[in-house]
Structures are given as C-alpha cells and as structure tokens.
Design a binder for this molecule. Sequence first.
Ligand code: ZN
Length: 475
Amino acid sequence: MRTLIEGCAVATVDAAGTEHADGYLAIDGDQIVAVGTGRAEVWPDGPFERIDGRGCLATPGLVNTHHHLYQWATRGLATQADLFGWLTELYPVWAGIDEQSVAASAAAGLGWLALSGCTTSTDHHYVFPRGAGDLLAATITAAGQIGLRFHPCRGSMDLGVSEGGLPPDSVVEDTDEALAATEEAIDRFHDPSPSAMVRIAVAPCSPFSVTPRLMREAAELARRRGVRLHTHLAETVEESTYCAEKFECTPLELAEDLGWLGPDVWFAHGVQFDGPAVTKLGATGTGVAHCPSSNARLGAGIAPVRALLDAGAPVGLGVDGAASQEASQLGAELRQALLAARLRGGPAALTAREALALGTIGGARCLGREGELGSLEPGKLADVALWRLDGLGHAGIDDPVTALVFGPPAPLARLLVGGRSIVADAHLLTADEATLARAATTSRRAADRPLASSTPAAGPSAAPPPVDHRHLPSI
Ligand SMILES: [Zn+2]
C-alpha cells in the first residue's frame, strides 16, 4: 500500500528541525520513503492513494508516555482531592474492575487518543484484582482493534495498607506472583522488532505502593529480558515526605539505590525533582513523562521541564489518567506543556517547536524508539498526524506550528499508523465512536454497583470499604 500526502506544511521534527511550507510525504508499506518541498517525483506508474494536504500540517504522530486506560470508566470522581486522597477514594472502586470493563475502557481511551493525534501509547496497568481475568490481554486486544502502536507497562503493587503502604490490601499482589506475571507478559506479548506494534515494559507502581524488593527485582528482570522500566516518581510533596520519613532520602535517591537509573528507564511526573536530581537524570539519560494536565488537576505542581531539557534528559508528554485527567487528549497537552512551562519559568521557558518535540521525538526517546518513531524521515515508520489548520479556530495564524500548539485542539484530516489510516476527517475508521461511548458508560454503571450496596458481595471483586489515608502512620 502506497500513500502520497502533498500540498501540506510539514514539520519533520528531525535533528535539524527541517520544515517545508509546501511539502509532501511519500509512504510505502509501513515506512516513510520520501519527504520534501514542492511536488513529489515518486511512483510515475502508480497506483497509490493521493491525499490532498492543502490547509494542513503534517507532523510525526504523537507518542503518549503515560496513561492508565482502565480508569476511563471511573472519571469525574474525587475532583477536589490531592493525589493520596484521590487514590484512597478510587482504589476501592478499581478493586471491582474486570476484563470486560478494562476492555471497554481501553478501547474508549485509545480511540479518543487517536482522535487527538496519538499514534503510539503506553498504558501503565497496575491493578490486578484476583479473579478479574486477563486484564493486560484485554488492553492489547483493544489497541489492536483501534490500530495504535502500544507499549503496555505491566504494573504491580505489593505494599498494602497493613504493611505501611497506601493501597488497600485487596488490590495488591504477592511479590513473587507479580514478578512471575510480568515475565509471562514479556513472553506472551513483547515484540523487539523495529516495526513492533506491541512492546512490554516492567512497571511497579510507586514508592508508596511497592516494596523495595519488588523494585529491585523488577529492574533485574527488565535488564535480563532487554525491556524498559517505568514507574511513578516524585509526583507530589507528600511522596517526598514519605520517602524522607521511611527511607531518609529523596525519591530519586531511592530509585538510584534500587537500580532504577539509566537510559532504559522513564519516570512519570518528576514534579518534585530538584537541581541535583535533574543533573543526575540528564547524566544517566533517564527519561521523564511530563503530564501537565494531570499535575494541574491534582494540584501537584509543575515539573522542571526547561531544566530537564537543558540537562539533556529525554522528556515526553503523557495524558496520565484517565481519572486524574478527564480530557485525555494528547494533542491538547502540547499547549498545556507550553503554558505550564511558562507559568513556572516565564515566556521564554518553552517554544511551540519544543512543545511539539516533547510530544513526538521526546516521547520516542522515552520509549527507546527514536530510531523508528518521533520524526518524519525516510526509513522511519509511517506514523503521521495530518492536522487541519484552515478552519475557524486557526485561521489568521500564519505559522502552522504556532497554530497547532497555541491554538485550540486541531481536527485531524488523517492519522496514519504504520501507513494505515486510523482517523480521517476527524472520525475513527477502526471503531464506531458511539459504540465505544456506550460500552464505557455501561462499565461505569457496573463500577458504581458495589459502592451503592451497603453489603458488598462476597468474592474477590467485592469492593472493600474506603480507607482514610490521614490515619496512615507515615504519610
Ligand atoms: Zn500515573
């Protein structure tokens, strides 16, 4: 299958920042074969699909470096809580998830991401209630249905409230079982090939829900199997206090002690990273998934993105969520990252092109795929967003990258993943949006049921009573 997009502006996001005001992009199979200015001199003998790109900007497809798809059907709760309060209210709800609800949530969340220009998404799934079914496989099936490139991070929690952690004991796993299930996920699903649609990462959840042993052995497992490491780190002041009281160090010092620094690691958030931490992240090539809307929603603060970029650390964008970032549109995070950086560091703190780089090549670096994804160059995979910028929302802004980042979320003329069209004229081609929405609504009603009952049903999926986190000894 061959495709030629022509007549559009092109922001390649290559190392030289090459752009074409009136350019083309030629795609053969799942790869980009030519990018340039003016009329394309390719395939004189046809056949190929010709896409009229006039009024549009072609960019690399966006890379989402942090998400929790299972939360899609539990959005809009604990809307004024901080992180620990929000988690404490939601853990009991999440104890009731099952294969059906996770499948519906993942398909809805991934479909919505595609509509916002995302071609590759991670998913950090760390809640595995006993007897809930094959939840990781449900998310991978959903990604196949929507057609996105997918990096599921097999998460885990083994530090329940009875051991000094935050989550209720009902949602944590046994340490050895969690490690075995993570390795099984690598065996079943991980594809190391350059054109991979699915790659697994190893991802214990956070310092306050995971034991040091699980963190350490997870790092050993990932390195033994050649896969990447992901976790939450330095998200809030309360987490820093927890680490200081329990481990007498900062979150990053804890991570370093557990073997969690290096170019095969990316952390979600990093809001609380201080100067020495930023220097260390840059020196070790450790990545950060910047989630500005989620951090704002929970009032956590603003990550030091300017300093991280100056230090040379890989920085990507994440929607996070979905229950801590109900909008969950990756395209909108370009603008949110720009504004958040400027609220922290003034108007020179981040440019529109730097914001676009965070959402593309920066994310690809976090996932170890900068050789295949994140820029529009011959030989790279044909993951492309074609944004329509000639409508009312963007008319009058001359520079297309400025229009995309400073303007309202732009509709997609086309979204291609590996050369395959997933979105056209702002509509999903791979699934019916109304059907996805109905399934998510049904899952929400199922999630509400245990809470509405005064006598929770017996069995592994019954929701335990909420835990008041203020009574935890060390938080
Ligand atoms: Zn998260």
